[in-house]
Design a protein around this ligand. Sequence first.
Ligand SMILES: Cc1cc2nc3c(=O)[nH]c(=O)nc-3n(C[C@H](O)[C@H](O)[C@H](O)COP(=O)(O)OP(=O)(O)OC[C@H]3O[C@@H](n4cnc5c(N)ncnc54)[C@H](O)[C@@H]3O)c2cc1C
Length: 391
Amino acid sequence: MSHYDVIVIGAGGAGLMCALQAARRGKRVLALDHAPKIGKKILISGGSRCNFTNLHASPANFLSRNPHFCKSALARFTPDDFVQMVKDHNIPFHEKKLGQLFCDRSARDIVAMLVQDCEKAGVAFQLHCTVQTVTKPDRFLLDTSQGSLSCKSLVIATGGPSVPDTGATDFGYGIARQFGLALVEPEPALVGLTWGESALRSFGDLAGVSAETVITCRQTSFRENILFTHRGLSGPAMLQTSLYWHQGDPITINLSPDLDLGAWLLEAKRIGDKAELKTLLASRLPKRLAEKFCDLYLPSRPLLQLADKDLASFAQRLHRWIVTPNGTEGLKKAEVTRGGVDTDELSSQTMEARKVPGLYFIGEVVDVTGQLGGYNFQWAWASGFAAGQAV
Ligand SMILES: Cc1cc2nc3c(=O)[nH]c(=O)nc-3n(C[C@H](O)[C@H](O)[C@H](O)COP(=O)(O)OP(=O)(O)OC[C@H]3O[C@@H](n4cnc5c(N)ncnc54)[C@H](O)[C@@H]3O)c2cc1C
């Protein structure tokens, strides 16, 4: 039996940060992972360039049943703190847009930085190691594929089950249940939404078309691109929307956020524009999308032959296109899992379970989910830091 002060299960972003902080405080720390390789999700993130934080991260960018829970951890480890680590390691990076910071070279730089710092601080690693049972007579006892382990503090940093190909599992939820902690229903998020049968017949052939839109769902709006796919709608605006969408919710899409199409079409008619509706519309929207809306909702004729009221209601439909997806692309494609260990069960200062002293949950396994744009890693770093100071 090997004894540690702290065992962190899951050597992803949150686990590595927690292990590092704890080891720097002089704790004897083991970071354990069932994968043969450290930080797989970091490696595939941000198109392999890892959008490692967002300069504008604030609690408003996070979704949780308790929106206040993330505040303390986010305030104690900020984007600037992580940027300082990146600078200390001379890792080149850039801001892509909207405060999103990416590595210039590769996400491997971030994993190498964390592993190097952990090793320097004395963190031990045990990879390819499966945890079979966890019990807590006094200390935590772990039976693993590589022998028995014990620790005073056990940190669960196993993330969410999205993209199982990376080694993602729902292990953390199982531990929470075993120790009597409540979960908020875990669901795929930051994921494309799928059409029902009839919408698929109408819009499936638009696959590949992309347009800048404003999408609104449950009073939350995002202005970014949508992408039509063979199964539904994706693209950054739709991924963001998926964070807030629940089965049965309608979504309102404004396909022309900058131009009042009704006023524009009526003015074109008034000055005698002889163009067909779809030709005119294609100067403002992707051609296939313009043609599709004409085919479905107002047969394209020269503008002068169309009634004002028909033009106005057609334009209104483009500004308030209401769709009701029938589901999501699922965990296989989702960038994150929303929901997870109920924050009511945890201390927002330390991430320790209130009912189980010594048991901590950090990162994506907790019911705190960030929007697209580097926020989920910022939560992983911040929650890992908070627990690392307390274990
Ligand atoms: C394709 C993709 C791209 C993304 N891009 C970004 C991005 O650019 N920016 C951003 O902020 N977020 C991004 N995310 C989200 C981000 O990767 C996660 O939110 C973040 O990695 C969560 O960190 P974590 O440490 O909680 O969990 P993870 O990084 O998932 O780490 C969990 C670790 O636990 C291990 N583990 C799981 N189960 C077990 C078990 N039973 N036993 C032992 N070990 C186990 C896993 O092997 C893994 O190493 C992306 C996600 C995906 C899927």
